[in-house]
Ligand binder design. Sequence first.
Ligand SMILES: [Zn+2]
Length: 167
Amino acid sequence: MPVYKIYTYPESILKHKAKPVHDINDEIQKLVDGMYETMHFASGVGLAATQVGNENAVFVVDVPAENEQRYMFTVINPVLVESSGESSREEGCLSLPGFRVDVKRAERIVIKGFDRNGKDLVIEAQGLLAVAIQHEMDHLNGITLIDKASLLKREAYIKSLKKGSRE
Ligand SMILES: [Zn+2]
């Protein structure tokens, strides 16, 4: 299974809106396998296809839960059905190494989509899982954490990137 390159800010693919998957074929299976491999290799809790330079509307998560449960699954063509409440957490992103920002998101969500076998999926999530799902769905809409940050914070990060590349 391949470990893909993870695209990082400011690479333009991260701004692309993902396209709906019409056929869950071998190519999509390979993509999903590679995304799990890449996410685990990078110790992430979620990964969207756009982050590995692919425009299919696919994301994977592997989120540890409080009760020693683990939520590991694939969603293809996710759609937000319901959202309620509000909570704020500090988030990071594999596409923005070293960047952390507090993001306000819905506390509870319901999404629908398809699993990797093409079966209908309805997922109700809250807490960390809800955060991870909203974060990955943002990626599929071309939105990253940098868009959620204040101008000051964004400029400081861009400056740190420039400094990093000079050294
Ligand atoms: Zn991310």
